[in-house]
Write a protein that binds this ligand. Structure first.
Ligand code: G3P
Length: 218
């Protein structure tokens, strides 16, 4: 499973890139607002740090506007992925931009049929939002499983499932078990994946015993 980080915070991205765990980055207009910096500068900086796919989202609501914004964002760097909303206009823009050789991420997916449409429009990635479905009492992970089954039924569909709106370590585990190709994870959740109380306890015990040997390694 590939790990993307879901943030526009360049310092966090730099820190996580050093772990070697980072395969890509996703941003959205809310994350850009939080970063409080010019969109294009942030995208360019992220693309310099992470060689993998970096999603940058359009804000036009009509297909022609999305295509124009997509081309402009795509010109920032070769690894920009144009993020488009799951609407009919978004699908039209997806087909057009895919035809021009751009990579696309169709976002705000909340149903399996929406995911099927995005794949037919040639999306590179589909972003089903797990946490937001859980928030309204539905089963976000069931959506990942349904999309996996549908895409596997039709091997000609090459769209990768990018599990988004991930809130917990358990979401990451369940998405991996369900066969998502990618998980985009907030920085705190990504860092939290490494934590286990028995790891900490084990280190403490080893350090205590090592101190008793009176030895040094170097
Ligand atoms: O970037 C898309 C998605 O991951 C947003 O997540 O937590 O705002 O529902 P969230």
């Amino acid at each position: 499973m590939k790990f993307f980080v879901d943030t526009a915070d360049v310092a966090e991205i730099r820190d996580l890139a050093a772990t070697g765990l980072l395969d890509g980055v996703t941003t959205n207009p809310s994350l850009i607002m939080k970063a409080g910096r010019p969109f294009r500068d942030v995208v360019a900086e992220i693309c310099d740090i992470v060689p993998g796919p970096v999603s940058a989202e359009v804000v036009a609501l009509d297909a022609a506007g999305m295509v124009a914004e997509g081309r402009s964002l795509g010109a920032i760097a070769a690894n920009v992925v144009i993020k488009l909303p799951l609407t009919l206009d978004g699908l039209k823009a997806c087909k057009a931009l895919t035809g021009e050789g751009f990579k696309t991420n169709v976002t705000l997916c909340f149903s399996a049929v929406q995911a099927l449409l995005a794949a037919k429009a040639g999306a590179t990635f589909i972003s089903p939002f797990i946490g937001r479905l859980d928030d309204i009492g539905l089963d976000g992970m069931a959506l990942i499983r349904e999309i996996r089954t549908i895409y596997d039924n039709y091997p000609a569909l090459e769209t990768e499932i990018l599990a988004a709106s991930i809130r917990t370590s358990n979401h990451v585990k369940e998405a991996a078990l369900a066969g998502a190709d990618v998980a985009t994870v907030p920085p705190a959740v990504l860092k939290g994946l490494v934590a286990h109380p028995l790891t900490d306890k084990g280190i403490q015990a080893f350090m205590a015993d090592w101190a008793k040997t009176g030895q040094t390694i170097l």
